[in-house]
Design a protein around this ligand. Structure first.
Ligand SMILES: Nc1ncnc2c1ncn2[C@@H]1O[C@H](COP(=O)(O)OP(=O)(O)OP(=O)(O)O)[C@@H](O)[C@H]1O
Ligand SMILES: [Mg+2]
Length: 401
C-alpha cells in the first residue's frame, strides 16, 4: 500500500483502521515532499465536522511532524502545500478544475460516491504521479466505487485490499465491546458492519438498497401536505418492539413522496404521543395518522388526551403488511418517493419486506408507520376496489368428479 500507485483502495468493516491508514499516509507524504497538495473528499460534506479534517489534525499531532499549520478550513503543509476538505456535491464540472494540481485525492466513505462524482474526479486528479485513494465499507455491488474497483475490469495500476478489525493492531477495547454486542444481538447486520460484506438483502425483497440510495435527496422541496404516521407497539415494557413514528410529505409541484423524519422510540404511550405531537409541531404537519385495529381507539385517545384539537385520521388494516407495502415500494422504484437524508433502521426494515411477508428481525414498526403515512398521501395509488367474484357452481359433474 505504501508504494506509489495511481489508485489505492481499502475496503472493509468498521474499525479496521482504513481512515487512520490514509490519514497517516497523507501526513507522511506531506511531510516528506514539499508543496504537497491533497484533497479529502466525500460525496456530501455539509460541514467540516463531517470531513476527515479532525482526523488529519490529530494525526499531525500524533506523528509529531514539523511545518504543519492547522487553519479553520484546511491544513498548511511544509513548503507551501495544503490539505483541503471538500464535498463533491458542491462542485460543478468547472469548479472541480481547481483541484487539477493536487497530488492526492482521498475519498472517505466512498460507498456513497455517485457515478457522476467518480467520473468527474478521475480526470481531474492529473498532476504527474498523482494518486486517488478510496476507503469504504461496501454497501452494494452496484455502488460506483465497488463496481470500479471490484467489478469485472478493475483499473490497472491499482492496489486494492480488503481489511477488517481483526487486522487492526490498534483495535480499541471500546470497539471490541461494540463488536461483541452486535455479534450477539444484531446478526442480520453483523457481517456488513464488521466484516465488510454487502448490506443484507432478503431474497425476493420488494425494496432494494439501490433504489433507496439512488432516489435519496438531501433536501425536500416545498410540500403540499405533511403527515405524522404512528404505529405503536403493543407494549411499553423493556425489550418490547419500538413505536414507529415517521414523518412524510407530498411535494407541491412534483407530487412525489418525501420521508422527512424517523422519530421512532421505545417508551410509554405518553412518551410516543409526546414524540408524535412534537413531530407534528416541528414539521407543521396537517394531521397524525394511526392504526386503529389492535389499539382500538387507544391511539387517537392518547394523542387527544394531550392535544384535543389535533386532526387525527384513524386507518384500518384490511390487508397484510407486505401487501400494503407493495404499492408504496412500486412508487419508490418509479422514482416517486425519496428519503430526505438517511434513516438506516427504517431502510433496513423496508428492505426486509418480501412478497411473502416480513423477513427482518423483530416487528417492522418504523416501516409500517412509513407505509401508513405514504398510503395517506397517495390514496388513489393504493385503493382497492371492492369486487365481487362470481364462482361458478360446478355442481355434480364438476371438476372434482
Ligand atoms: N494508526 C493508529 N493510531 C491509533 N489508533 C488507531 C490507528 N489505527 C487505528 N486505530 C484505532 O482503530 C480504530 C479504528 O480505526 P479507523 O477509524 O481508522 O477505522 P475505519 O476502518 O475507518 O472504521 P470505520 O468504518 O468505523 O470508519 C480507531 O478509532 C483507533 O482507535
Ligand atoms: Mg473510517
Amino acid at each position: 500500500m505504501k508504494r506509489p500507485s495511481r489508485y489505492k483502495a481499502l475496503y472493509g468493516g468498521r474499525g479496521s483502521g482504513k481512515s487512520h491508514f490514509f490519514a497517516e499516509a497523507m501526513v507522511a507524504n506531506a511531510s516528506q515532499s514539499k508543496g504537497f497538495r491533497a484533497v479529502c473528499v466525500r460525496e456530501v460534506q455539509k460541514s467540516l465536522k463531517e470531513s476527515a479534517k479532525r482526523l488529519c489534525e490529530d494525526t499531525v499531532y500524533a506523528m509529531g511532524v514539523k511545518g504543519f499549520e492547522v487553519l479553520n478550513d484546511s491544513i498548511r503543509t511544509p513548503g507551501g502545500g495544503v490539505i483541503i476538505f471538500a464535498g463533491m456535491q458542491d462542485h460543478t464540472a468547472d469548479s472541480i478544475k481547481s483541484l487539477e494540481g493536487f497530488h492526492v485525492a482521498w475519498v472517505e466513505e466512498a460507498q456513497t460516491l455517485s457515478a457522476r462524482s467518480l467520473e468527474m474526479l478521475r480526470p481531474t486528479i492529473r498532476a504527474p504521479g498523482s494518486e486517488i485513494w478510496c476507503s469504504w465499507n461496501p454497501r452494494s455491488a452496484d455502488d460506483p466505487v465497488d463496481k470500479f474497483f471490484r467489478g469485472l475490469e478493475p483499473p490497472e495500476n491499482a492496489i486494492i485490499r480488503k481489511i477488517n478489525y481483526d487486522q487492526n493492531l490498534m483495535f480499541p477495547e471500546e470497539l471490541e465491546l461494540e463488536r461483541q454486542h452486535d455479534e450477539k444481538s444484531n446478526r442480520a447486520r453483523y457481517s456488513h458492519v464488521w466484516e465488510g460484506a454487502y448490506e443484507p438483502q432478503a431474497v425476493g425483497s420488494i425494496w432494494d438498497r439501490l433504489t433507496l440510495h439512488s432516489t435519496r435527496r438531501d433536501v425536500a422541496p416545498t410540500l403540499a401536505r405533511i403527515v405524522v404516521a404512528i404505529d405503536p407497539a403493543g407494549s411499553s415494557l423493556p425489550g418490547a418492539d419500538e413505536h414507529g413514528i415517521v414523518v412524510v410529505g407530498r411535494g407541491e409541484e412534483d407530487s412525489h413522496g418525501y420521508v422527512l423524519d424517523d422519530s421512532s422510540l421505545h417508551g410509554t404511550p405518553k412518551q410516543w404521543a409526546d414524540r408524535a405531537i412534537a413531530c407534528y409541531d416541528r414539521f407543521e404537519a396537517d394531521c397524525i395518522v394511526g392504526e386503529k385495529n389492535y389499539g382500538g381507539e387507544m391511539v387517537e385517545q392518547t394523542i387527544k388526551s394531550i392535544r384535543p384539537e389535533i386532526p387525527f385520521i384513524p386507518v384500518t388494516a384490511t390487508r397484510g403488511k407486505h401487501i400494503r407495502a407493495e404499492p408504496i415500494a412500486a412508487l419508490w422504484s418509479l422514482g416517486r418517493v425519496h428519503m430526505v437524508g438517511t434513516f438506516p433502521k427504517l431502510e433496513d426494515q423496508l428492505c426486509g419486506f418480501t412478497s411473502s411477508g416480513y423477513e427482518g428481525s423483530g416487528s417492522p414498526d418504523r416501516a409500517d408507520a412509513c407505509i401508513w403515512g405514504l398510503t395517506q398521501l397517495f390514496p388513489a395509488m393504493v385503493q382497492t376496489k371492492t369486487r365481487t367474484v362470481h364462482i361458478p357452481n360446478l355442481g355434480a359433474g364438476g371438476w372434482m368428479n
